[in-house]
Structure formats: structure tokens, C-alpha cells
Design a protein around this ligand. Structure first.
Ligand code: ZN
Ligand code: ZN
Length: 140
């Protein structure tokens, strides 16, 4: 019996979503934020609309990433417990801020951010394209 994962942001319980054997993802019962284990955010792109209960939020007018802004509060990795999460900016969609663990490579997306993240077809990386090709081939 493992203790349930705790949301790094609101400290509510995070439930592991069933039916994704190959990709482990937890969703927070409180803020609906999502924790993806390493690479799960890539494997679950197709399911974003189903598993992310939030809605993408349009970036505020004039909002941009300010590296000199005071650092947001340190969050701890919900998987490794005591490793601080690094605040990241999506290189293709700078309004998306997510948190990542340097140790286990898990990622935390706020509710709605994951949907926003996958809605990025214009900027698919070579790796994303390869993944799409492979999953399309497997589906045939
Ligand atoms: Zn939460
Ligand atoms: Zn971690």
C-alpha cells in the first residue's frame, strides 16, 4: 500500500488515472493539476481532451516571461518528495509555465495547460512527429 500522491500546489490527493499502462499520470482532486511521469506527457497527447479537466487560459494581454521576476514559491516533486521542482517555460508556447523535476523528469501541468500544450501542431518537434507516425502505424 503506497501513500497517495499529494499535489505539490494545493496538497490535495492526486489520483492515478486508470487505463494508461504505458504512461503514468496523476490528477489532483483539488486544483485538477496533472503530474506526468517521464515522457507520459508525450505518450498521452492524444488523450489530452479526455484527461485534462481544465480549459486552456489565454495569456493575459502583455504577459511575457520576465526572468528578473521574483522566483515563484518552491514546490517539491510529488514523486521524489524532497526534490524541488524547476519552473519551466514551454519553448514553443511561452505562456505555458510548467514545473519539472530534475531528478525523475516528471512534469506538473496546471489544469488546462496540458490541453494547451498538445495544441501545438504548428510547432511539433521532430520527435513528436515520429511519435505520431508510430502511433498512426500501430493503429492501422
Ligand atoms: Zn492540486
Ligand atoms: Zn521527482
Amino acid at each position: 500500500m503506497t501513500t497517495p500522491m499529494q499535489c505539490p500546489k494545493c496538497h490535495a490527493t492526486m489520483q492515478m488515472l486508470e487505463g494508461y499502462e504505458e504512461a503514468v499520470v496523476h490528477r489532483c482532486e483539488g486544483c485538477r493539476g496533472m503530474w506526468f511521469e517521464i515522457m507520459a506527457h508525450e505518450q498521452l497527447r492524444e488523450d489530452a481532451a479526455r484527461i485534462d479537466l481544465g480549459e486552456p487560459v489565454a495569456p493575459a494581454e502583455g504577459e511575457y516571461f520576465d526572468p528578473t521576476a521574483p522566483a515563484p514559491a518552491t514546490l517539491l516533486c510529488p514523486a521524489c518528495d524532497h526534490y524541488p521542482l524547476i519552473h519551466m517555460v514551454d519553448p514553443h508556447q511561452p505562456h505555458i509555465r510548467f514545473e519539472s523535476c530534475k531528478y525523475c523528469y516528471g512534469r506538473f501541468y496546471d489544469a488546462g495547460e496540458f490541453k494547451d500544450f498538445v495544441d501545438d501542431s504548428e510547432y511539433d518537434s521532430a520527435f513528436d512527429k515520429l511519435l505520431k507516425k508510430v502511433s498512426a502505424a500501430l493503429a492501422e
